[in-house]
Design a binder for this molecule. Structure first.
Ligand SMILES: [Mn+2]
Length: 442
């Protein structure tokens, strides 16, 4: 799969005779001498399937003929002592066969080698702005190649952003990638179902957070695709709440936004359910509006439909619901025009999903929204949030926060909900809340 991604990107590079230098992420210090758990950069992983730190992929299209071009992977040498301390390494000898790259070289010689690698190319793909040290070294490489131009070689004149081309490839998921996202969604389903069953008044958000994390990891996931949001009561109105340390109170809702990652491919799911297993009238009223908006927006998702129209379908439904409850005044048109709904719905309805949970790919071009095509995967996640401090509404509504989020694949004739097995209707959610807690080890 990764070799195929490389082949496609090299083919694109060959149309303009552009070379590419794509480093992976740097290890990041967590505190003192401890690093965060390493995660490769998504672009690098997409092209290599290689998860070690300190690595860089160099792609060199064929300048003379129409050959397939060359791929060179720079990585760490085997080092017995370092491996005893910090973990196994693939090493230079094993890399070409294991990863299908044409050549493997020592990462120590990357910057020294690059002027020669890039000689003859006029353009090189390199993403600047992420790492000042790398940007400076790349600048020196360009200067070194230009100095050679006196010898009659074509000068390397520009560094280009690879976002449009590579990210366009990443936007359309191949079968093998869809399978990985399916796997992530299956694990996520298990985690949400387990959370619904286990939650009870008096527990702490951290216990449910731990259960979700445990479910992800025991199924062999690469971890959570993003920080879990486990938000009881009014905490649900903080969109990216990650403290996850408050007591879960009888009569409150619990919003969980959590998705497993499989082989670095994401899932992204939100469910909201009653801590004590039964919605009260106000909670159910808000929940049903969000649910209807979400189902209508999903129903609308198909090839040929614009991405923004999914948001518009959901928004209209939410606004009509809020007017119906008396939480907003005026006609739906007036409310949408004045944006007075943003007190209750401050975000949009979805985003691309893939190797990054908020995946790459343009949402619009030349001012008009992207048209959906088969192979695209995105979330549909409307929500309504009544701030606990909102004095403009009756007290009974305050602190209710509901979001419902599923992952949608556009197919040739419509869509598929990849997370359809997670309870969602009021009846299904209440039943899942009353279900026996799954055995910790199945
Ligand atoms: Mn999301």
């Amino acid at each position: 799969m990764y070799a195929e991604h490389r082949r496609q990107f090299l083919k694109h590079l060959s149309t303009t005779g552009t070379a590419a230098v794509i480093p992976t992420n740097r290890s990041m210090v967590r505190n003192h001498d401890c690093d965060f758990r390493f995660r490769p950069s998504s672009d690098f992983w997409y092209l290599t399937g290689f998860a070690e730190p300190e690595a860089c992929l160099v792609l060199l299209p064929d300048l003379e003929g129409d050959g397939p071009g060359r791929s060179i992977l720079y990585l760490r040498e085997l080092d017995k002592l370092m491996e005893i301390w910090n973990g196994r390494r693939l090493g230079l000898d094993a890399a070409p066969k294991a990863l299908g790259v044409d050549e493997a070289r020592n990462i120590e010689s990357l910057w020294e080698d690059l002027p020669e690698c890039l000689t003859g190319y006029e353009e090189v793909v390199f993403s600047t702005g992420f790492d000042a040290d790398r940007d400076r070294k790349m600048g020196e490489v360009l200067a070194a190649v230009r100095r050679k131009a006196r010898g009659g070689i074509r000068p390397l004149t520009s560094m280009v952003d690879h976002t449009p081309a590579l990210h366009e490839l990443r936007l359309f998921k191949a079968e093998a990638e869809i399978d990985m996202i399916r796997k992530a969604c299956t694990i996520t389903t298990e985690a949400h179902v387990a959370a619904m069953a286990a939650t009870a008044p008096g527990m702490n958000e951290c216990e449910i957070d731990a259960l979700v994390e445990y479910t992800f990891k025991r199924r062999g996931s690469t971890g959570a695709a993003y920080n879990n949001i486990v938000a009881g009561g009014g905490n649900a109105c903080i969109l990216h709440y990650v403290e996850n340390n408050a007591e879960l109170r009888d009569g409150d809702l619990l919003l969980i936004d959590a998705g497993a990652e499989w082989n670095y491919y994401s899932s992204d799911v939100t469910r909201t359910f009653p801590v004590n297993g039964r919605f009260n009238d106000e909670q159910r009223a808000i929940y049903e509006i969000v649910l209807e908006a979400q189902m209508k927006a999903i129903e609308h998702s198909a090839p040929g439909v614009s991405f923004v129209s999914i948001h518009e379908v959901a928004l209209l439904c939410l606004v009509e619901g809020l007017i119906g409850l008396g939480l907003l005044q005026g006609s739906a048109e007036e409310v949408i025009e004045s944006r007075s709904y943003t007190d209750f719905y401050p975000h949009r309805t979805g985003h691309w999903m893939g190797l990054d949970v908020h995946d790459c790919g343009y949402y619009a071009s030349e001012g008009s929204s992207r048209i959906l095509e088969p192979g695209m995967i995105f979330t549909v996640e409307p929500g309504l949030y009544v701030d606990p401090a909102n004095q403009d509404v009756e007290e009974r509504w305050r602190g209710i926060g509901v979001r419902i989020e599923d992952d949608i694949l556009i197919t040739n004739d419509g869509h598929e909900v990849l997370t359809a097995a997670i309870p969602k209707s009021v009846e299904a959610v209440e039943a899942a809340c009353g279900a026996p807690v799954p055995e910790p080890v199945a």
